[in-house]
Design a protein around this ligand. Structure first.
Ligand code: ZN
Length: 211
């Protein structure tokens, strides 16, 4: 199922609370100059991993929020000496998983996904491909295995306005990894300082006009 709605009332209180945590991760990404997408993974009602995009810091385009969280779980399970099991895991992510991440969720057999805004360019949960409904595909294997991988329910739209707002703030400021020429990247503090200076300048101008 893939539903686009911004109506919080159609989600549980638990869903809203976990999405807030995912959005908090996205906000952290924005603060450090990363594309603001964040996620948490929940198992048995508890957050067991969280992540936000780290593609710029690592210069690795595969380090999406979901991959960061997945690696955290794999590492924890490895250290605990138990096999990784994602079958009871719910992913809350601020933006629809891309095709790569949607494939990973299928391979790992996540239980389900709740996301915020749609990913109109790369979405793998309904926007471009529907990997949650069809499985991950063949990954270079024979045609017979083309429909391999688990399927999982995915519902979108939860708090999408906040997810979009963070992305807009990022792209207005300039993505440090964008091809040049691009607008200079400024931290949130620098942007606030610039806004304050502009307001002060405007104030001075209006005072000058009045005199
Ligand atoms: Zn992704």
């Amino acid at each position: 199922m893939n539903v686009g709605t911004d109506d919080i009332s159609s989600f549980s209180e638990e869903d809203v609370a976990f999405m807030r945590l995912a959005l908090s991760e996205a906000s952290t990404a924005l603060d450090v100059g990363e594309t603001p997408v964040g996620c948490v993974v929940v198992r048995d009602g508890a957050v067991i991993a969280r992540g936000h995009n780290e593609t710029n810091a690592t210069r690795n385009g595969t380090r999406h929020a979901e991959m960061i969280a997945i690696d955290e779980i794999l590492e924890a399970d490895r250290r605990a000496g138990r096999p990784a099991d994602f079958s009871a895991c719910t992913l809350y992510v601020s933006c629809e998983p891309c095709i790569m991440c949607a494939g990973a969720l299928s391979i790992l057999k996540f239980r389900n996904v709740v996301y915020g805004c749609a990913n109109d360019k790369f979405g793998g949960n309904g926007s471009i491909l529907s990997i949650h409904e069809g499985g991950r595909g063949g990954c270079g294997r024979g045609r017979d295995e083309a429909a391999g991988g688990a399927t999982y329910p995915s519902v979108g739209g939860l708090m999408k306005d906040e997810a979009i707002r963070l992305l807009q703030e990022f792209y207005v400021s300039g993505n440090p990894a964008a091809p040049k020429p691009h607008r200079p990247v400024r931290s949130r503090a620098e942007r606030n300082t610039a806004k304050r200076k502009k307001a002060e300048a405007d104030q001075t101008d209006s005072c000058t006009d009045d005199s």
